[in-house]
Design a protein around this ligand. Sequence first.
Ligand SMILES: [Zn+2]
Length: 266
Amino acid sequence: MNRFPRHLIFYSIGGLMAVVISYFVLFPHVWRCQWIEFSDFKKITSTFYISPDTPPKNLQKAQLAMADAHKRINRLWGAPQQKATFILCENTEQYRHYCNSTEGAGCSLGTPWGQSFIVLNVEGLNTDVIAHEMCHAELFTRLGWWKTTRQIPQWFNEGLALMVDYRFVPQTDSIQRHLSYKEECLYLSRGGQITLDLKDISSMRGFFNGNDSHVMLAYMTGATEVSRWLAAVGEANVQVLVQQVAAGKPFEEVYKDLEQTSRIRP
Ligand SMILES: [Zn+2]
């Protein structure tokens, strides 16, 4: 009988511990989300936790907004596949604890082993913020951590989330939506003086590293491009794109091909 060499066992255990410890050090907020069940947050369902300070009216507001957001996701993605755990915070301190940021009204987090979390601050108790974060979770669930982080440009991920988030452009037809985002972009770029290239906002760093006006212009640039693409290919092709990327095709290739075939179609 072959025995596994003892030194290899030590190295393996040591390596595993190093990975676990570095993960905890680098992403403590993700660990906190994973252990939410053992915190003082109240369990409403197996995928919904609220702060002990949440008043009943905020819980009701969140539940109504979640149901509405679910309908928007359904329209863009078909039946939702994500089963993100929602964590509803009542103040900035709690939000920072679970989201590692004080920015924004909501954030979504995903782990390499497929779990996802949507953390909401009290300002995030509305359909727009929740649908936006659910859209990120939906993409993440369908592609997994590796493909989402390695293959999907940040401008696409954020631009797509803005298609179900009507804070900047209200719900309208696809052509008008594109024109409205284009107008927003033109305004923010002071008539086209400061523009952003899509390749410069492909990475998280390129998208979010900068002042508020850079980040806002990055959002509007992403939304302008995604709304342009959707006006050309139709929303049903979001699922086709994601299925093909999930099957191993490169994002850029599928994105271009779908637009090309839509043009050829009579
Ligand atoms: Zn987002």
